[in-house]
Design a protein. Sequence first.
Lengths: 207, 207, 207
Amino acid sequence: MFKVSPKDEIFFDFFVATAENACRAAELLEELMINYVNVREKVKIIEEAEHECDKQVHKILQQLNRSFITPIDREDIDLIAKELDNITDNIESTAHRFNMFNVQSIHEDAIRLAKLITTCTKEVKALMVELKNMKKSKVLTEKIIEINRLENEADDIFRSAITKLFVTEKEPLEVIKWKEIYDYLENTLDVCEDVANIVEGVVMKHT
Amino acid sequence: MFKVSPKDEIFFDFFVATAENACRAAELLEELMINYVNVREKVKIIEEAEHECDKQVHKILQQLNRSFITPIDREDIDLIAKELDNITDNIESTAHRFNMFNVQSIHEDAIRLAKLITTCTKEVKALMVELKNMKKSKVLTEKIIEINRLENEADDIFRSAITKLFVTEKEPLEVIKWKEIYDYLENTLDVCEDVANIVEGVVMKHT
Amino acid sequence: MFKVSPKDEIFFDFFVATAENACRAAELLEELMINYVNVREKVKIIEEAEHECDKQVHKILQQLNRSFITPIDREDIDLIAKELDNITDNIESTAHRFNMFNVQSIHEDAIRLAKLITTCTKEVKALMVELKNMKKSKVLTEKIIEINRLENEADDIFRSAITKLFVTEKEPLEVIKWKEIYDYLENTLDVCEDVANIVEGVVMKHT
């Protein structure tokens, strides 16, 4: 029977903190895209949030190497930590593109995707909170299903945004820029789904 | 000495079923590209084949978590299942591009790559059939070499197709669209090669 | 206490040889880009260096499967081997683009990135030499920090190169070509950083 001892809780606490970091980066990205002013400064703050996330992941891996016994498989801890970091990496990469490409205004569809990312990272955080109580697997399963649903919703927005982009935008350089921005936004939601899938595997092993 | 018990065979049977699914998706993609009509409906059917494949992979992972002993390393089972799924994912992503990009007609080189994918997924299926009889490693090795050869052939077609694309296509938006379609087609064959490489590692461990 | 036996040294020797291979490929790429003549022949030689690297990795994996006990975790040996190969793969992919895209002359920023790749692969090789003496971890840590620093430097060059590209290059097809070349160059340095991060994890486990 699976039971988390107080000493083991540290991993789950670290996961929650790292997911909170991803939530914050997502909110900063959404705010940047909605209030599209002082872009350079706002990107800088997202960059710092990403460095914060790197440090969190480093702490998890250090704890992992110090721990003789772990509450879930070592490779799953490693994988969850890295994929949580990957969410924030993708958010940072998106933010950098607005500077790099000298983007002047933001597409509505991109804002819709950014909002989905904010919602989805919150679900990922809730998933991490629930992971500690794996046996209440009903809540966990609901979260996993919801993250998958959000990713499917994002896929539909992504595809129709790309179709629109090629039809309405006549300037090829703008198509190149926005295609890459949409790819990063959509990929961010894919990574959230990856986290959900890893957690689903962990739950399978423990229930 | 390596010996597959009847109970263990279930993993190999699942692998074969998942590879068959990839074969079917490949045939559907080839047919879509050769008879380029009713595109939306045909893409829908490929999308359903991909969902079928997701379910197969889910069954493999459930079985993996239920099994105390496995015929090959757990991480190899996990990896093979995920990479087989990845083949079908890439086929689906290619199919979606024809809709998203509102593609009007299909390049000959793209059809050549689609045919190679059909051939290569059949080899991957044969590889999965043979995996059960790992000790007859000669057949397995031949399949691995053949998949590598097909991937090299695809590389050559891919590279010359891209060169041609940039020389003959003057419309930048068309270049962007077709470059991405070629990238997905070539990547599908790369993933087939990844499966072959994983199997090669499994064979090394057991012979 | 961690101690490498003579028999175990073979893995570290293989790592050094594979990293040397990456260094050689990096030097060949830099030379190709600086003396941009006989491109087809020079790409061919880089392609051969990559095949050499594939063979090295194959030897490491064979040795791994023959070894009952390993000096560091099996999955870390596997991962280091594959990421070292990945460096050379990215160098080869960059080289191929000059042919495929029929590139006529080389951007200064791209040469700067190629030089960073040469420097960084040398650091990766030094890292592999030091890995054998893990307990002198100070030198290892310095190498890891230096590789991270080089990757950050490359990020800055990459971002400003992309900004420049979109501002100065009016021909969309040239933007598409150079954007992909810059992506490959930057990704090569990312993979060097991945190797450093894996080694950092290995050091954590053994000190």
